[in-house]
Design a protein. Sequence first.
Length: 217
Amino acid sequence: MSTADEQKRASALKALEYVEDGMIIGVGTGSTVKHFIDGLGGMKDRIEAAVSSSEQSTAQLKSLGIPVMDLNAAGPLSLYVDGADECDPFNRLIKGGGAALTREKIIAEASAKFVCIIDAAKEVDVLGRFPLPVEVIPMARSLVGRKIVAMGGQPVWREGVTTDNGNWILDVHNLHIVDPLTLERELNQIPGVVTCGLFARRAADVVISAGNVRKNR
């Protein structure tokens, strides 16, 4: 197991401590979350169900015998556990490398506590080294791309990728995001944008990096 994978597993196992009996748990997507779901399988009798942010995670949850509920049926959630592609010192995130950013953002909004699990390489002083994913309605791809260029970004269409919602992803390079809250709002206001991968307005409440816990400031 690589050092990065060991750190991911350490963070995932630490996040299991936030699971309480009878919970319906929001579960994200990605390599770190896979470790969390594996751990959740060992305590499935303690929880009621999970709400999943992707078809990939849904399949893994079901394979372990964990019931998966629709968010509309589940209502407000106590806990959401997910990874991130980048995390700044204020627990603001870039997410969407796995193209599940919209569902992830919805579940994060529905949850009282958002625990983000990462390896140490995901920690940055300023967001933007990792290209920022933006989910777009297919007919708006070029329109949104032009708007992003005017804002100073360099959008690249993630060809061959369709989200679970039937949309496309633009990965925005050349960003140095000193004000993620403002950029998140501006991107989300462009017609044709479903949402962007900035989690600044709804940052993580707790970040677990390589097993070490940091609460939001």
